[in-house]
Ligand binder design. Structure first.
Ligand SMILES: [Zn+2]
Length: 460
């Protein structure tokens, strides 16, 4: 039955008998890649090295350089014919030590209850304790209504994940605006500090950091994310008390920009060498964890796809680039430099895929591409279904490859693993190697290898 469906889908493109032959060859080759990855895959061992021997690797840090050297060495050791480093200037944000917040009084009665917090990435703080009355609001609309109450207070945003949204990346997208611009929205009305609910639906109390940016028109106030259970407590306390006082301190600051690198391995195409396919993930992570799912998984997926293709002796028709991007988390400088170079050199990029949604069980792919291209990709579903790909969505891609689309209209594809547990770990201390499953990680590489092979074979 499956074979018949494949035939019917491919028939309009190639004619029935040719489609049948191609489909059988494709299925056999994808199985070969899969067998190679599931039996000899190195992704899990490489993830161990990246997370445990390099560790957290925020842009500009000594660990970033260690990660770059590691990536370059591994790609060379695995036999990449051509490995290069592409320089870009990256920001160097330093958290400093001792992110701190505590409830100090409730309705005038002295209290000491520490809150588990992390300063938001790119936020600034001089380490001095700021003590003020808490103003807890659900969202920007409520802040707007209560703007006259904000002056001199610490604003708490109870921006919860919308539990009704099954696709958690959409819930993250909606709540994310509070992390990115909540602090400046609060500072606009005179707030002296800002705490947001961590962007997660996890039941653990781990706080989740992540990038924010200040609006230069307003004071750059300390900004933190609080763990979900402490967030629940703060919210309920604010509902039943007339005055809650909070003390907070952060130490974030910037050192001068420094030079980081995208690490790029390339296999030249044998038939259409000028047509470039990019597959990548980002090498940087936040400083508070090992960046195992975000985005160690994407890095080792990328390396594994290259390794497997070389191991089975695959000669691509088109040029395939395997890219370990610099500085996704707090600057996107790696992805921007990659697109700028592509534009400068007038390169012909036909497809770019990113794995940056974790190393969980594969579910599908998402696209930023014309409806015709997405429809063509959907014809490949039967070939990838045996390995877990069930859907191809028309909204998605990846941060690092997004400048390629914005500047050169390159079609984008994002690898989509199961998204239900990703935001339990994302940007939290718990994003560590131990929370990645070897089998799930390898299956991700199988599906990515499969779609890259199909794009290489048929174009896009
Ligand atoms: Zn990421």
């Amino acid at each position: 039955m499956k074979k018949i469906i494949t035939l019917l889908l491919l028939a309009p493109l190639f004619g029935l008998s040719q489609a049948s032959q191609s489909s059988n060859q494709d299925a056999a080759f994808i199985k070969k890649l899969s067998d190679e990855i599931l039996t000899n895959g190195k992704a899990y061992d490489l993830l161990y090295e990246l997370t445990k021997k390099v560790g957290g690797r925020i842009a500009g840090s000594p660990a970033m350089y260690k990660a770059e050297a590691w990536g370059e060495k591994i790609l060379q050791q695995l036999g990449a014919p051509n490995v290069s480093k592409q320089a870009c200037q990256v920001p160097r944000w330093v958290r400093g030590s001792g992110d701190f917040a505590s409830i100090t009084s409730i309705d005038g009665a002295k209290q000491t209850r520490a809150l588990d917090v992390l300063a938001l990435g790119n936020s600034l703080g001089d380490g001095k304790k700021v003590e003020a009355t808490l103003l807890a609001v659900q969202n920007f609309e409520e802040l707007e209504k209560r703007k006259d109450e904000v002056k001199g207070k610490i604003v708490y945003f109870n921006n919860s994940f919308d539990a009704t949204i099954v696709k958690t990346f959409e819930a993250y997208g909606k709540a994310g605006i509070y992390r990115r611009s909540g602090p400046s929205q609060a500072a606009k009305y005179g707030a002296v500090g800002c705490i947001i609910r961590s962007l997660t639906s996890s039941t653990a109390n781990d706080p989740h950091t992540g990038g924010m940016s200040y609006n230069d028109s307003f004071p750059k106030i300390p900004a933190q994310a609080v763990g979900p259970r402490d967030a629940d407590y703060l919210w309920s306390l604010a509902k039943k008390s007339s005055t809650v006082k909070v003390s907070m301190a952060t130490h974030g600051h910037f050192l001068p920009d420094t030079t980081g690198h995208n690490i790029i391995a390339e296999i030249k195409g044998s038939v259409f060498p000028d047509e470039i396919i990019t597959v990548g993930g980002h090498l940087d992570s936040w400083d508070v964890n090992e960046g195992a799912h975000d985005d160690g998984a994407g890095v080792v997926h990328t390396i594994e796809v290259m390794r497997a293709m070389l191991a089975v002796g695959y000669q691509p028709k088109r040029t395939i680039r395997f890219v370990l991007f610099a500085n996704e988390e707090n600057g996107l400088r790696g992805g921007s430099a990659y697109a700028a170079a592509a534009k400068d050199k007038k390169e012909k990029h036909i497809f770019a895929l990113e794995s940056d949604e974790g190393g969980f069980t594969p579910r599908g792919f998402s696209f930023t591409a014309s409806p015709e291209k997405v429809a063509a990709a959907k014809c490949w579903l039967p070939l990838l279904k045996p390995y877990g790909t069930d859907s191809m969505d028309d909204i998605g891609g990846g941060s690092d490859i997004s400048p390629l689309n914005r500047q050169l209209q390159v079609p984008l594809c994002g690898f989509m693993p199961d998204p239900q547990r990703y935001f339990d770990l994302h940007h939290a201390r718990s994003d560590v190697f131990e929370n990645v499953n070897k089998r799930e990680l390898l299956l991700g590489a199988v599906n990515i290898a499969g779609i890259i092979y199909l794009v290489d074979t048929y174009g896009f």
